[in-house]
Write a protein that binds this ligand. Structure first.
Ligand SMILES: [Mg+2]
Length: 419
């Protein structure tokens, strides 16, 4: 089915062309629906549709203060309304160590005195505020996400609804997880032993490991590691475990296709970031050549480029990072475009409490792909939530309490100091 869609698209919209408004202009008249896929206009409409459902909030929620706090090693962003309601969010470590100035000078001042219920419309004005658009990318989108998440928590607490209900409606309450190794310093044998440990500790039924050398222009982490590791992982785990691989932008298309064929052999779930993350043409060439899905987008910062990736099937699975990409609302817009093209949105997650935002995103987005990332070491945060986040039978639960679902907010904020 996927090959059919690709061959249809090959003669259709913007094959091999980077650029948006005139996508596919060389092949056909702009504005003509792509055969087998959504048109740019359909994608625009999907992205522009209202995300937030705020019917339960009848009176203004005027933002009085937003503060960056620190408790032990964890940062928090706290928002308070004039009526004394509160919300918090958790920045992605270690970014608050150096993006705090952008947060305080360029993001927070914009929101003071605004009605939090206008959040969705305010994002465009925030982008223009003090020429913020010139900083777009992780540096602007992360602080924007921290404030957006805190405001969503505030609104959810007032409405007594979990984030997923505010963001479109709950479609699931638990998500299947994979556990990821972040290592490249291991030999193939050491790596499978490490993966066995991760699978045992997490109870996950799926795993991800790293191939290539990370932004390495085809060089492997050590000679022959990737070719040995791929079949060894399948041999070690058998058919019971699903396998993902991530090259972190390691390859040019010929090498990526070679590694991709090995992943096809072992029936991997997907191949992540085969080529330099912002080389959309090369990534598409690899996705076109392979039969297993290619995933990408963790370092994509532009909604237009995501639209291009969806319209042109530049990848098969889109992966915005909820922090790096500026929050839930922007990421849900990507997911809505992807849904029109029948592509899953499997978000990339940052460390710390990034997984909690993934859970809420997954709770309200229909097609999230087969597995979401689980980071070992985050168990300690589970008890902060109502009900506690648990992992059982390879599935993680979504908190169902109001907002983000924090059980005892005053207790959590005790001892936190303003940065
Ligand atoms: Mg990755």
């Amino acid at each position: 089915m996927r090959i059919n869609r690709r061959s249809l698209l090959a003669g259709g919209i913007g094959a091999g062309t980077i650029g948006l408004a005139p996508a596919g202009a060389a092949q056909r008249k702009a504005g003509t629906p792509a055969p087998g896929g959504p048109s740019p206009q359909d994608l625009d409409r999907a992205a522009a549709a209202t995300v937030l459902k705020l019917d339960a909030l009848k009176s203004p929620v005027i933002i009085e203060s937003i503060k960056l706090l620190r408790k032990d090693k964890d940062y928090l962003v706290q928002v308070r309304s004039r009526d004394g309601a509160e919300g918090v969010s958790f920045p992605n470590p270690p970014r608050a160590d150096y993006l705090d100035k952008i947060l305080k000078q360029l993001v927070i001042p914009f929101f003071i005195g605004k009605d939090a219920r206008d959040l969705e419309n305010l994002l465009w004005e925030l982008y223009r505020f003090h020429d913020n658009y010139k900083l777009y990318g992780l540096a602007l989108w992360s602080p924007q996400a921290w404030v957006e998440f805190a405001i969503l928590d505030l609104l959810g607490r007032i409405a007594r609804q979990p984030l997923g209900a505010l963001l479109g409606g709950i479609v699931r309450r638990e998500v299947a997880i994979y556990v990821a190794s972040g290592r490249r310093d291991t030999t193939p044998q050491q790596e499978v032993e490490y993966l066995q440990k991760l699978v045992q500790q997490s109870g996950a039924r799926a795993l991800k490991f790293r191939v290539g050398g990370r932004m390495s222009r085809n060089a492997d982490a050590m000679p022959g590691r990737t070719e040995t590791l791929i079949p060894l992982v399948r041999k070690t785990f058998g058919e019971a475990i699903d396998i993902h691989a991530d090259s972190n932008s390691s390859y040019d298309p010929p090498q990526a296709i070679k590694v991709g064929r090995m992943l096809e052999e072992i029936k991997a779930v997907y191949f992540e970031e085969p080529c330099p993350f912002d080389h959309l043409e090369d990534t598409k060439a690899v996705a076109d050549a392979l039969t297993i899905p290619v995933a990408g987008g963790e370092q994509e910062y532009s909604d237009w480029r995501f639209r291009w990736m969806v319209a042109n099937r530049g990848v098969d699975i889109v992966q915005p990072d909820l922090h790096y990409y500026g929050g839930m609302i922007r990421s849900i817009r990507v997911a809505r475009m992807a849904q029109l093209a029948k592509m899953p949105t499997t978000v990339h997650i940052s460390g710390g409490l990034g997984f909690v935002y993934m859970l809420h995103f997954a709770s309200c987005v229909p097609d999230i792909g087969r597995y979401q990332e689980y980071k070992l070491g985050t168990e300690k945060y589970g008890n902060w939530f109502d009900p506690p986040i648990t992992v059982q039978d390879g599935k993680m639960t979504v908190p169902s309490g109001p907002g983000l679902g924090i059980k005892d907010l005053p207790g959590l904020l005790q001892g936190a100091r303003e940065v």
